[in-house]
Design a protein. Structure first.
Length: 118
């Protein structure tokens, strides 16, 4: 079972940038599609971005399209979320999720807090 550890969150001013990392341990990210979700206080968890195993194809929520970039480094077993032009409404706990492409194996990270001040 893959285990995920996120890092890179913090406090930044509006317009700033952060890069989140999601590192796999226990086994590799091979054949896992990795997604980023976020949850703001008193709101439901929402999808942010996804990067596939095959072809590293990315997909984004409309709210972050053009500002966030998901990528993966399979040699390092790490997936990244580069977040630029951050807005206060991006403030949330960000989670990564790994879903195996051909089985029900999946895992969530513990979350990392991103706070954007106006």
């Amino acid at each position: 079972q893959v285990q995920l550890v996120e890092s890179g969150g913090g406090l930044v001013q509006a317009g700033g940038s952060l890069r989140l990392s999601c590192a796999a341990s226990g086994r590799t990210f091979s054949s896992y599609t990795v997604s980023w979700f976020r949850q703001a206080p008193d709101k439901e968890r929402e999808f942010v971005a996804r990067v596939s195993w095959v072809g590293a194809i990315t997909y984004y929520a409309d709210s972050v399209k053009g500002r966030f970039t998901a990528s993966r480094d399979n040699a390092k077993n790490t997936v990244y979320l580069q977040m630029n032009s951050l807005k206060p409404e991006d403030t949330a706990v960000y989670y990564c999720h790994a879903q195996h492409d051909w089985s029900t194996n999946n895992a969530w990270g513990q979350g990392t807090q991103v706070s954007v001040s106006s």
